[in-house]
Design a binder for this molecule. Structure first.
Ligand code: OGA
Ligand code: NI
Length: 275
């Protein structure tokens, strides 16, 4: 949980509000506005990424690229009319904060200055998640157990509870702290840190009484960027635990493995016996 981050409370509230308004407009016209194509930069979907035959998720998501305003602003929705303005401000501030956070993580890991700058943190995705009230929360989840594939996630989870994290094989509720962000270590950071930082499994449960809107920002490498355990860490103290991969290929496997219910990192693990 990250507090004292300097992003104004008003802006944190506004972004949830425009996200909720926007997604409700889209959901009313779900047939025309949804897409199951993961390659699309800007799309609304329900249930994708997991086995739709087995799991019916209680969530609608609108996802779009937002790394630099000038590259993407034309792709963003324009209704409600304040959306581009609010998101533009929010995205820029979250990015600045994330890069600072990554630099502190870099320092903590003892990596050279600027390690996460450039291609490793080049891209940023944004999700508007909308979880409608559910008549029977025992029958479904908003989002099943997963870890995020990116470098780090900055989640603004509003005021309605629902997020849970897995700790010692138990699900713990991570109830909202006012104006705090939830920061997740993603698989990519786990690989770069050679397992020193571990991605956390989490899920979202539903409730009967209130809709829940959340806004996630995901900082991630460009798709042709090579990801591997940091050489400095390997040199200092250990053997690499993971193979090198390109980020784009990794994400494709992540989507596939979630569908298969496998752990995506498994296929990139090097066994201790190898050198
Ligand atoms: C996600 C996620 C949690 C939430 O989008 O990857 O874990 O509370 N969201 O919406
Ligand atoms: Ni997640």
């Amino acid at each position: 949980m990250l507090t004292n981050h300097g992003i104004p409370e008003d802006l944190m509230r506004d972004v949830l509000k425009v996200a909720e308004e926007f997604i409700q407009l889209l959901v009313e016209d779900m047939e025309n506005s949804s897409s199951n194509d993961p390659g699309k930069k800007c799309r609304l979907y329900s249930n994708t990424g997991f086995d739709e035959e087995k799991v019916h998720l209680w969530r609608d998501t609108f996802r779009f690229s937002c790394n630099t305003l000038k590259d993407h602003v034309e792709e963003w929705p324009n209704n409600p009319t304040r959306l581009r303005e609010v998101i533009g401000d929010y995205v820029a501030r979250v990015r600045e904060m994330s890069l600072l956070l990554l630099d502190l993580i870099r320092e903590g890991l003892g990596l050279e200055s600027g390690y996460f700058e450039g291609d490793l943190s080049k891209d940023q995705l944004m999700n508007f998640n909308y979880y409608p009230p559910c008549p029977d929360p025992s029958l479904t989840l908003g989002l099943p157990k997963h870890s995020d594939p990116q470098l780090i996630t900055i989640l603004n989870q509003g005021t309605t509870p629902g997020l849970q994290v897995l700790k010692d094989e138990q699900w713990l509720a991570l109830d909202p702290t006012p104006n705090a962000f939830v920061v997740n270590v993603g698989h990519t950071l786990q690989v770069i840190s050679n397992g020193m930082l571990r991605s956390g499994d989490h899920r979202v449960v539903t409730n009967t009484y209130a809709a829940r809107t959340t806004v996630g920002c995901f900082i991630h490498p460009s798709s042709d960027c090579q990801v591997q355990p940091a050489k400095e860490l390997i040199k200092r103290c250990s053997i690499p635990l993971y193979k090198t991969f390109t980020y784009g290929e990794f994400v494709k496997n992540y989507v596939k493995d979630n569908l298969d219910g496998n752990s995506v990192l498994k296929r990139y693990e090097l066994s201790q016996a190898q050198d």
